[in-house]
Design a protein around this ligand. Sequence first.
Ligand code: SF4
Ligand code: SF4
Length: 128
Amino acid sequence: MFKIRKSDCTHCRLCMLACTAAHEPGLQSVKQARIHIEDDWPEIGGIEVCMACKEQLCIMTCPEDALTWNGHVVLDEDRCIKCHECVGACPYKGIMIHPSSNYPLYCDKCEGQFSCVNVCPTGAIKRR
Ligand code: SF4
Ligand code: SF4
């Protein structure tokens, strides 16, 4: 899904802005992004995003069966109790939490548009 080279990342956070804009049009913020640049200045701590792994620990861990797979992880908000067990279960730290709704945020590849990849100026995040 993603190929990541954190040594090429410049911390610009354009990927985070593009992610928010794709999911919440009109909002210019990095807080709602489904991708996160972990800071460990001057080093990049990590480019954290759902890696669509085979183990699917988030789905397996959810006590409410609120998560399913349909080419990407899909959240059923009606079932979700916002316990964040899935967030802790992800080995890639790839699940963010919405700052207002408190629901977990899952990368949906922007319906195949890969908004983050498209804006990354260095190729630190690419499609695989
Ligand atoms: S936060 Fe929601 S989706 Fe995640 S484990 Fe809890 S109930 Fe399941
Ligand atoms: S857009 Fe690319 S270079 Fe900028 S923070 Fe994101 S991954 Fe790093």
